[in-house]
Design a protein around this ligand. Structure first.
Ligand SMILES: N[C@@H](CCC(=O)N[C@@H](CS)C(=O)NCC(=O)O)C(=O)O
Length: 227
C-alpha cells in the first residue's frame, strides 16, 4: 500500500496517474496548498522541499519518496512496468522524464506565475516563459512525429509530460500547428488510468470559458505564492 500526499496540480497528477496506470493500491492524503500544509514540520520530515507530491511505501517500512520524477521511477521499478530494464530503453525513458522535470514543468510553471498569478504584468517575463514552453512543445511534436510515444513504448515519460502539457491553455501557450502533439494528447486523454489519475485528490472544474472561476483560482494561487 502506498500513501500519497498530493493536491490537484500537474506534479501531483504525475504520481496519481502513475499509480492508476500501474494498478497499485493507494491511499490519498490531500494537502491544502492554500493553508500551506506542505510547509508543516511533520510533512517536511517526508518531503524536505515542502511541496507535493510525496509517497510513503508501507511495504518498505514507511520509505518516503519526494520529487515527482523520482516517485514515478520508484513506482515503475517496484512493479516492473512503464520503465524498461535494459540500459538503453531505460535511458530513453529517463531522458524524456528529465526533459519534463527540467524543461516543461519549470517553464510552464513560470509561465503560469507571470501570466496568471503575479499582480504586476511583466510582458518580457510572460513572453520569455510562454515562448520557451512553445519551443519545448515543438521538440515534443517533432519526436511524436517519429514515434507513437515519447520513448519506445508507452512509459512514465508520456505520463510526466502529459500531466503538464494538457494544461497548455492555462499557461497561455498555443499548440496550433502541432498535429503530432495533439494526436498524442488525445491518445493520453483516452486512457482510463489517465482519466482517473487527474481526478485525484478530487476533480477540479474546467476553468475554460469561466472567467470568474479562473480569476478566483488565480487569486487563491497568488495569495499562496512566495515571492
Ligand atoms: N520538483 C518538484 C516540484 C513540486 C512542486 O512544485 N509542487 C507544487 C505543486 S505543482 C507545490 O507543492 N507548490 C506549493 C509550494 O510551492 O509551496 C516535483 O516535481 O515534485
Amino acid at each position: 500500500m502506498i500513501e500519497l500526499y498530493t493536491a490537484p496540480t500537474p506534479n501531483g497528477w504525475k504520481a496519481s496517474v502513475t499509480l492508476e496506470e500501474l494498478a497499485i493500491p493507494y491511499q490519498v492524503h490531500t494537502i491544502n496548498l492554500m493553508k500551506n500544509e506542505q510547509k508543516e514540520e511533520s510533512y517536511l520530515k517526508l518531503n524536505p522541499n515542502g511541496r507535493i507530491p510525496t509517497i510513503v511505501d508501507s511495504d518498505e517500512g514507511g520509505f518516503a519518496v519526494f520529487e515527482s520524477g523520482a516517485i514515478m521511477i520508484y513506482l515503475a521499478e517496484k512493479v516492473g512496468r512503464l520503465l524498461p530494464r535494459d540500459v538503453k530503453g531505460r535511458s530513453r525513458v529517463i531522458q524524456w522524464v528529465m526533459f519534463q522535470m527540467g524543461g516543461i514543468g519549470p517553464m510552464m510553471g513560470q509561465a503560469n506565475v507571470f501570466f496568471r498569478y503575479f499582480p504586476e504584468k511583466i510582458p518580457a517575463a510572460i513572453s520569455r516563459y510562454q515562448n520557451e514552453s512553445r519551443r519545448l512543445f515543438e521538440v515534443l511534436d517533432r519526436r511524436l512525429g517519429e514515434n507513437e510515444w515519447l520513448a519506445d513504448d508507452y512509459s512514465i515519460a508520456d505520463i510526466a509530460n502529459w500531466c503538464w502539457v494538457r494544461t497548455y491553455k492555462w499557461s497561455g501557450v498555443s499548440i496550433d500547428g502541432l498535429g503530432n502533439l495533439r494526436r498524442w494528447l488525445d491518445a493520453m486523454r483516452a486512457r482510463p488510468g489517465c482519466q482517473r489519475g487527474v481526478e485525484v485528490p478530487f476533480k477540479i472544474p474546467s476553468l475554460e470559458g469561466d472567467e470568474k472561476a479562473a480569476q478566483q483560482f488565480a487569486e487563491n494561487a497568488r495569495k499562496s505564492l512566495q515571492r
